[in-house]
Ligand binder design. Structure first.
Ligand code: CA
Length: 245
């Protein structure tokens, strides 16, 4: 297997109490050129994360003691760790349970039993997005504005009435995509392609639900400006044009 040059030096923490799974995942990620650490409990994971921030965390939801969800909540409530992308491992059968993980702020998830190859592809995709290797959108460094909502593309900053809004990298890309295509309806698949780099050919129902969950979170964070993101039933989302308000 070729070692991807772009994966060099990226550090990944694998949090999984099942030692065989942790070792297998760590082995395959290491073969891709990632530097991998494993943690068998949530407590050990949080210690490791705060000691030396990883570039990505593969997090099993089912852990003894502190659950994966609790680890995720803890990461997302701390400004030092909030931006670290998280890929969840979930054994939960119910779709709703998996969706909860995304609502807590995970970037993506794979359901057990998973193919390690798929997991590695998801990790690669998340890190590509984190590095901003998305299809370049013209005019980097621009300010996108809708009323009192202001998005600074270069600074990766969003403010509403001058107050900073804390968005995850995925929420930021989602908002940016919607703002740049203001007034035009975007399908969930289009949004997945732009904000998640998920090939629309492989986007499945779970993936498209992911978009809904992120839009819901984004609306919540935008408060009153969240109304600007309209649901176009059966199709996708659209950022309202100013003239219609
Ligand atoms: Ca487990």
């Amino acid at each position: 297997m070729k070692v991807a040059a772009t994966a060099e030096q990226k550090r990944i923490l694998v949090v999984e109490d099942e030692a065989e799974i942790a070792a297998l995942v760590a082995y395959q990620l290491a073969r891709q050129g990632y530097r991998v650490e494993t943690a068998l409990t949530g407590t050990v994971a949080l210690d490791a994360i705060h000691r030396d921030l990883p570039d990505l965390i593969v997090l099993d939801r089912m852990l003894p003691g502190i659950s994966g969800d609790d680890v995720l909540r803890s990461l997302k409530s701390d400004s030092a760790t909030r931006g670290i992308p998280v890929l969840l491992l979930t054994a939960k059968r119910e779709q709703e349970e998996r969706i909860t993980g995304l609502e807590l702020g995970a970037d993506d998830y794979v359901t057990k039993p998973f193919s390690v190859r798929e997991l590695v592809l998801r990790v690669d995709a998340i890190l590509r997005r984190a590095r901003g290797e998305l299809k370049p959108i013209a005019g980097g460094g621009r300010i996108l504005q809708a009323g009192k909502l202001r998005l600074d593309v270069g600074a990766h900053a969003v403010t509403l009435r001058g107050k900073s809004i804390d968005l995850t990298p995925t929420e930021f890309r989602l908002l940016r995509t919607l703002l740049e295509r203001r007034g035009r309806t975007q399908s969930r698949r289009q949004l997945l392609a732009e904000a998640w780099s998920v090939d629309s050919q492989v986007a499945d129902r779970i993936h498209t639900r992911t978009v809904d969950m992120h839009v819901r979170r984004l609306r919540g964070k935008l408060g009153s400006a969240g109304d600007w993101i309209e649901t176009v039933r059966g199709f996708g989302y659209r950022f309202r044009t100013a003239g219609r308000r």
